[in-house]
Every structure is written in C-alpha cells, then in structure tokens.
Design a binder for this molecule. Sequence first.
Ligand SMILES: [Zn+2]
Length: 327
Amino acid sequence: MRAWVLDESPGRYRFGTVEPPPPANGEVSVRLVASALNHMDLWLTRGLPKPVTPHVPGADGAGVVTAVGEGVEGVAVGDEVVVNPAVSCRRCATCLAGESPLCPSFGILGEHRWGTHAEEVLVPAANVVPRPAALDWPEAAAYGLCFLTAWRMLRRARLRAGEVLLVVGVGGGVSSAGLVLGRAMGAQVFVTSRDEAKRQRALALGAAGAFDSGGEFAVAADVVFENVGAATWASSLRALAPGGRLVTCGGTAGSKVEISLPRLFFKQHEILGSTMGSYAEFEQVTKVVAGGVPVVVDEVVDGLHRLPEALVRLESGQQLGKIVLRH
Ligand SMILES: [Zn+2]
C-alpha cells in the first residue's frame, strides 16, 4: 500500500510503499477515506518520541473495513468506521477498571504502531466504532484523538453545568474540542489566544469571552483547561477560583513550570494530569459528536500525497481546529 514512511527518527517522511500483514486475531483492516493531523506527526520527525522504524504516522482516521481477523465479532467487511487511536490490552485489571490510558501496554496509533497517513491501517476490532451518520468523512476522521483527550480532561476535572471553564490557547485541536464540549456540558466557557482572528472564531463557536494569551485572564475559573504549559502557566493558575481545578494534557510551549505552594493549599486548588482516554470514553464522546456537538475542521487537504504541505500549515499554528487529509 501507499503510505507516508519515516525510515529513521529524527528524519523526514517519504511517500512510499509498505506491506502491512493481514489482520491478526481480533484485528481489522480499514481502508482510510480521511486522516487528520496531530502535533505528534511533527514530533516523531524530531525524535521526540522516537518510534520503531520504519514507521507510518497518523493517529486519526475514518474509513471502510476491508478485512477482519479470526475471532472478530460485531465488525464486518464494508462497515464505515471511525478509528479510536488509544490502544490497550483490554484484559489487565487497569483496563477492566475502565482506566485503559494507565494500562502498562497502552499505546497510540501512529506513535506506537503504524497509523493512518496510509491507504490502510490495522487496528484491534475494539478500536473501531460505526461512523456517526451526522458526520462527513473529514469530521469523522478529525474528532478521535482531540475529542477523546478533551472529554477525559473535562471528566477528570469534574466540570459541571453552570461552572466557568477557561480554555487556554484555543487554536489547537484539543483546545477547540474543550471549548465545544465544555459548552455542551453546560459550562460558561472563556478562551485565550494570541491571535485576534482565533478569538473571534471562538466567540462565534459560543465562547463567553476571549483573552489574549500573553496577558492576564480576567476570570475566576472553576476549571482551567491547559496544554500550552510554561508560556501561560502562571496566568492560568492566577485565573483559578478558590477550589478550582487545572487539568493539563501537554506543554507545547514549555514543560517546566513553577507552583506556589501557599496559593495551592490556601485556595485548595487541584492540578490534574490527563492523557488520551478509555474505550468507554471514546464511545461516550462519539455519541456526543453524533448528537450535534460541532467538530471544528480548519481545512481539508485533498490527497494523501499532500501531507507535507498540511504539516507546514499545522506547524504554522494558524489553524483553529483540525487539518484533515482526504485520501
Ligand atoms: Zn491493560
């Protein structure tokens, strides 16, 4: 099959040919109609992290099942599906307790195994769900990783209807998912961005207010939703209301931060880490988007072969929402 391949990391992707094996026990093969970009696609080329090579990138995708392995039930050739990028053993005590992101064998499609920037992808049958009828192919390909991550973050932060949510750095896919999911959960959502056009787009998506990421955030937030890191950390903590929870899934602008302990304990703040999500959370968030929560797609690029220019757009940081390749 045709695929984007990384022969060494750090390195550059080449558009080449690789031969995936037929589906093993419990696996299915999916012919991808669309795949979505994530920052992981860039980090892999810098050796952060270093995948086993040769490697095929791409965490997100949607397509049609072309083959099923032994023992697969409930998925058939011809099914239109969305791929869940969070893969775990589904058998250990952690997985059975519904906490598969903590499974010792947890892995992400396109990082720990071959991904979706290819004609076909091989995944456990448990990692596909029927494509919601309300979503077109680019939307179906776009929501997986970001909406799953944002959904678990909001659950871990125990966001409730009526609370104030502050989404810091609203341009990225996880953050824009945080905005629309927070709105759907009944929160009043404020956002930050360095970019005036993105602040305006966020307001159009229902944000109650928008701040410049470089200044102070004039809000008392019950939940602060972070993945920027060092560049916004101090302002994010100052924006937390007493008893507030800050949840983070990344540090794209610096990973070393400071915490003032008196502020932490006097105000009884909580700082929570979160990553990806469980199988149950993927099913939940699929129902949420099937119910009409908008999947924000910034741009659809036609042609699997056009990954490099889509990556340039991703790296420029000009997007609000997801960049999708239609294969
Ligand atoms: Zn497990």
